[in-house]
Ligand binder design. Structure first.
Ligand code: PB1
Length: 327
């Protein structure tokens, strides 16, 4: 029936009506907070602001425990840990060090806040002195299969430290299957894998790279991260990760890739995470600081759009603010 029998505005008349028929809901329980944990921070300065990411800091382990406690108190279900080691080398050996910064932070957070999920990022780029996500061949290209072995070793080390989920963000081929096998062989078969399945070679990672000191020393990541123009390929990547044993799949970045979120949700019927990355965060913060947009409204609208696209989980630096606004 058309107008006037049908009046779409009938259900928009009041806030209560709008709440009643809202199709997509955003809750603190949908959000994951990334944390940067840095080894060797001066105890007198246990937090180092990240200039490109207002409100986000590099944290000492004790400050990461405190931040995780705040996240839990706000109703956030999980934190995602990124490590900044004191030393870096060509192999990224700090990544699988059982006494490494992420391993120590995981233990400390789980001890203090056992109900909060700790997800650990599995990659080498924060730990290598060249900043690539894998081992380099002599010609400067990233060797896939030898990198996969080190990534599997890293995931096992993190799981042994108490990580509730491991999240490989490297984009090497076959790493999900290798990590699954390695975890199972070590009696860690209960640890789920959140695979960064459709991770694009994006211009939106700049602030993170400053934060983690992980900018590639040369070249770029386009020989392993995906081309922004490829949607079919993203679905193939996700389906391959599912075949290899991924328990959740992820799309990254989020806002420029909402179509990919939708396609992968429909193709996999798995829990889908979307990573609202540092550049997306910095854009909204900068516009809000310049008085161009209302931060609260814009952030909640952006996060709602990521959920509406099909993401069950949104990894976002806005998580604490959003949880407060949603309380
Ligand atoms: O917030 C962000 O920008 C996340 C960046 C992301 C973390 N998983 C990676 C992007 C990159 O530097 O290529 C790090 C790669 N492992």
């Amino acid at each position: 029936m058309a107008f006037p029998a049908t009046r779409m505005r009938r259900l928009r008349r009041t806030a209560v009506l709008r709440d009643l028929v809202r199709e997509t809901r955003l809750e603190a329980a949908d959000l994951v907070l990334p944390l940067f944990v840095e080894a060797g921070l001066d105890p007198a300065h246990p937090r180092r602001p990240i200039e490109a990411m207002p409100g986000v800091e590099r944290l000492s382990i004790s400050e990461a425990v405190s931040e995780a406690g705040e996240a839990a108190a706000l109703g956030l279900p999980a934190v995602l840990l990124f490590g900044i080691p004191a030393d870096k080398d060509a192999e990224g050996s700090g990544a699988w060090d059982d006494e490494g910064v992420v391993q120590l932070a995981t233990r400390a957070i789980k001890d203090a806040h056992p109900d909060l999920l700790v997800i650990t990022d599995v990659c080498l780029c924060e730990y290598t002195d060249h900043g690539h996500c894998g081992l380099l061949r002599s010609d400067g290209t990233v060797d896939n299969d030898s990198s996969v072995e080190l990534l599997a070793r890293t995931a096992v080390s993190q799981a042994r430290a108490g990580a509730d989920l491991v999240a490989p963000s490297d984009m090497m081929d076959g790493r999900v299957g290798a990590i699954r096998t390695a975890l199972d062989d070590e009696g860690l078969g209960d640890v789920p894998i959140m695979a960064y399945s459709a991770k694009f070679a994006s211009a939106f990672y700049g602030p993170f790279r400053e934060a983690a000191g992980s900018t590639p020393a040369f070249g770029d990541r386009r020989a392993y991260q995906m081309d922004p123009g490829n949607g079919d390929e993203a679905v193939r990547e996700a389906l391959l990760d599912v075949q290899e044993g991924a328990d959740l799949v992820m799309v990254k970045p989020a806002l420029p890739y909402l179509d990919i979120v939708r396609r992968i949700k429909e193709a996999t019927n798995l829990p889908v995470a979307a990573y609202n990355v540092s550049g997306e965060y910095a854009m909204l913060k900068s516009a809000a600081e310049a008085g161009r947009i209302d931060e609260r409204s814009a952030v909640l609208e952006a996060l709602t759009s990521i959920r509406r696209a099909g993401a069950d989980i949104v990894i976002t630096y806005h998580a604490k603010d959003a949880a407060r606004w949603l309380a």
